[in-house]
Design a protein around this ligand. Structure first.
Ligand code: ATP
Length: 234
């Protein structure tokens, strides 16, 4: 579904990604792991069209994306939940969810889609009319994921979803990822909590200094203490 070949990206003169190649098949959960600064966030931003200078190839459902702006990539079925959740202050949970449909073709079915997402995210269902920023960090993270899911993307990219969230909600969130996968959503996940991520992933790529240094099934990587110690600060 997603194929990345020799992707390079720069911040000014700094060459942040060097010849990254990876792929994600329909229905998979693929995880990117590696130390701080390895290039995980930059990879997701490059896929979504949020990096200034990039070179190489990113194809999604057979279409070359690298010269396409982010909104075209969104319309093709890509979604991205950045580490900073960007929940809008002053808006309720429901209004934040509506924002997820603003650029989507499914706006007419808004009420129906909000109902559907509320079934998947019961914590949000109870808080629809509450101001979103008054919720806990974990609940806001759930909202950011729900807002990205509401337009029914084919592939959702999640950057550090467990960051700063209390353990009970992290468990709930990862259960949710399992059920998203069971319903056919494809997930590209960046996660510092390697054991947790590999517990739900099919495959993983290890990044270091802007390059892919290892790839393996999640199961094989879980058992590979040498790689985990060398590249993942666990
Ligand atoms: P983290 O978990 O810390 O976010 P990461 O693996 O996601 O790490 P990136 O954020 O992709 O890593 O960073 C890759 C490299 O690009 C690092 O060397 C980082 O310092 C650099 N970098 C990231 N953002 C910028 C920026 N806005 N301007 C310049 N350099 C940047």
């Amino acid at each position: 579904m997603l194929q990345i070949s020799k992707l390079n990206a720069w911040y000014g003169a700094s060459h942040a990604l060097q010849d990254i190649s990876l792929e994600v098949s329909r229905g998979e959960i693929v995880c990117l792991i590696g130390r701080n600064g390895a290039g995980k966030t930059t990879t997701l931003k490059s896929i979504m069209g949020l990096m200034g200078r990039t070179r190489g190839s990113v194809t999604f459902k057979g279409e070359e994306l690298l010269r396409q702006p982010a909104h075209v990539r969104f319309a093709l079925g890509l979604a991205y939940v950045p580490e900073e959740r960007r929940i809008v202050q002053g808006l309720s949970v429901r209004e934040n969810l509506r924002l997820g449909l603003v650029a989507s073709k499914q706006k007419k079915r808004e009420a129906e889609l909000i109902e559907e997402i509320a079934v998947i995210f019961p914590r949000l269902a109870e808080r629809m009319d509450q101001e979103a920023v008054t919720m806990s960090g974990g609940e806001q993270q759930m909202l950011a994921i729900a807002r990205a899911m509401i337009a029914k993307p084919d592939l959702i990219m999640l950057d550090e979803p467990s960051e700063g969230i209390m353990p009970v909600l992290v468990d709930e969130m990862f259960e949710l990822f399992r059920s998203m996968k069971a319903q056919g959503t494809t997930v590209l996940l960046v996660e510092q909590n390697v054991e947790l991520a590999l517990g739900i992933a099919d495959r993983a790529y290890v990044l270091d200094q802007g390059s892919v240094v290892h790839q393996a099934s999640a199961q094989a990587l879980l058992a590979d203490n040498e790689i985990k110690e060398r590249y993942c600060s666990v």
